[in-house]
Write a protein that binds this ligand. Sequence first.
Ligand SMILES: O=C(O)CCC(=O)C(=O)O
Ligand SMILES: [Fe+2]
Length: 199
Amino acid sequence: MGTLFTESQKFNLPDADIVYYPQLFDQEEADSLFSHLKKSIAWQQDDIKVFGKVYPQPRLTALYAANEKPYGYANIVMQPKLFSKELLRIKTKVEEHSPVTFTTCLLNLYRDGQDSNGWHADDEKELGKNPIIASVTFGQERWFHLRYKKDKAIKQKILLQHGSLLLMAGTTQHFWQHQIPKTAKKIGERINLTFRVIT
Ligand SMILES: O=C(O)CCC(=O)C(=O)O
Ligand SMILES: [Fe+2]
């Protein structure tokens, strides 16, 4: 079961460094990792505070890491659980395409088209100055939207497919925001893993 060769795609966008690998995992391996993660991850639904009002987050999440450092964003502070051997296997595979060793993985489970992730940048202080974020998709493919902060008419859509990897590096998180929009279509579940370095 070697890695299939599939062309990577580098996006030519201002102040961004974004590369997409459509098939980090082949179909069979991606199917089996999806079912494994669906049942073994400690999925939780946190509340988020937006302009003083509290809402349940429109997706389930979980935090795993190689250390015990918490990760906080949008009024939530998450304490990690230790990486499982499958998460370490995925991490090792991702690191073949990345110059850094990741410490932490934030996972998202989008249960259907009404689950989403609003406009944001991964620019929390504990991620460091020019963070490398590696985002892996299993299950339902979803659109990933990017918009340039200085001119929101400059944007990019990327279809994140089953078994794919998206790498964001350089100044991407300073100059760009991203989101996973809702869709009215009847669609299945998607698991997303975002590997990060938290020091
Ligand atoms: O689900 C995705 O592809 C994006 C997740 C994301 O942006 C995040 O967790 O910060
Ligand atoms: Fe993000």
